[in-house]
Unconditional design. Structure first.
Length: 361
């Protein structure tokens, strides 16, 4: 193991000792917020330090067995112990490197999912509806809740734009690589001559911001308008100004919510979506600053990039970032995204390991 990684692990071991002492003190629970942060840090560091101690024990076993090699009667036992310890070290080395990878603080969060039709007219809107159904079915498979925030239906079906909140532990960790351009190749229902058309949609996945900690919305920087909701809803939509539009004056970001009959609920949802978009802008600016010399293959999330193609005549889905092609388009469009999600996460982890190795070199 590289010295820099060993030094980092030794530092974590010392930090764990400090946490144990602090959490064992009589005053530990006086500040419950600080106590929760410390227990969370303890839970994160504990397994890493335990694996490091096992690694060190294996190193000690090798040193002890080496001392027995000169004794003919103990030589065979010593060689066996050395082989076992080296195998443990080889396994632990990779495990410890994975444990040291930086964790995305947003991974456990709920998300806002935005799907917008792009080039392709009505067919693009229909595909936007198909994509939204795909993500909704994936959410159902994970027992997550889906709340539609706003929608702009197309005349022939599908959506020009639809925004939803997906509520579930780990939603962002599984869907964060979906941001980008999604292209479809198929014969539209309105195509009389059976020609294949290509159209596109964009998807954005935003982690939900914490109400207090992440983004502070200054009321003086907000313009909030109310108006009558449009679309289905019976007599109610013609009588009540329940829809809400919020404009963040410093950035020009505009959000609308008209899905609920309650103006209060629509306002709360609009403000939550606004906070998520502001957080997304801030995060992207920070990422661009930090990664000026090293652009992540997956993590860039540039929404102008074409990340995936859905080819219906050939029954295939291709993710262009990792050159993954799966011939099960019907299952994928029905929400079976596990293979794609796992492959993207594995590639991202491989990139992180490569970066960690470069830092340690």
């Amino acid at each position: 193991m590289k010295e820099s990684l060993a030094a980092k692990l030794d530092s974590l071991a010392r930090r764990l000792d400090e946490l144990n002492a602090t959490l064992a003190s009589e005053t530990a629970t006086r500040d419950m917020e600080a106590y929760r942060k410390l227990t969370r840090e303890h839970a994160e560091i504990g397994p890493v330090v335990a694996a490091w101690q096992t690694y060190r024990k294996a190193e000690a076993d090798i040193a002890s067995a080496n001392e027995m090699l000169s004794d003919p009667e103990m030589r065979e036992l010593a060689e066996s112990e050395i082989a076992d310890a080296k195998a443990r070290i080889a396994s632990l080395d990779g495990e410890l490197q994975r444990m040291l990878l930086p964790k995305d603080p947003n991974d456990e969060r709920n998300i806002f999912l935005e799907v917008r039709a792009g080039t392709g007219g009505d067919e693009s809107a229909l595909f936007a509806g198909d994509l939204f159904r795909m993500y909704t079915r994936f959410a159902e498979r994970n027992r997550w809740q889906v709340e539609v925030i706003s929608e702009n239906p197309s005349d022939l079906g599908g959506y020009k734009e639809i925004i939803a909140r997906i509520i579930g532990f780990g939603a962002y960790s599984k869907l964060k690589f979906e941001s980008g351009g999604h292209r479809v190749q198929r014969v539209p229902e309105t195509e009389a001559q059976g020609r294949i058309h290509t159209s596109a949609c964009t998807v954005a996945v935003l982690p939900e911001a914490d109400e207090v900690a992440d983004v502070v919305l200054n009321p003086a920087e907000l313009r909030i308008d109310t108006f009558r909701a449009s679309g289905a809803g019976g007599q109610h939509v013609n009588k009540t100004d329940s829809a809400v539009r919020v404009i963040h004056l410093p950035t020009g970001i505009v959000v609308e919510c008209q899905d609920d009959r309650s103006q209060h609920k629509n306002k709360a949802r609009a403000l939550a979506l606004l906070a998520a978009r502001i957080k997304d802008v801030q995060t992207r600016a920070q990422q661009q600053k930090e990664a000026a010399q090293r652009k992540s293959l997956i993590g860039s999330g540039d929404r102008s990039d074409r990340i995936r193609t859905y080819n219906f005549p050939q029954g295939r889905v291709t993710d262009h970032r990792i050159n993954l092609t799966l011939y099960k388009i019907a299952a994928i469009m029905d929400g079976d995204l596990d293979d794609i999600v796992a492959a993207l996460a594995a590639e991202h982890q491989a990139e992180q390991l490569e970066a960690l190795s470069e830092e340690a070199a």
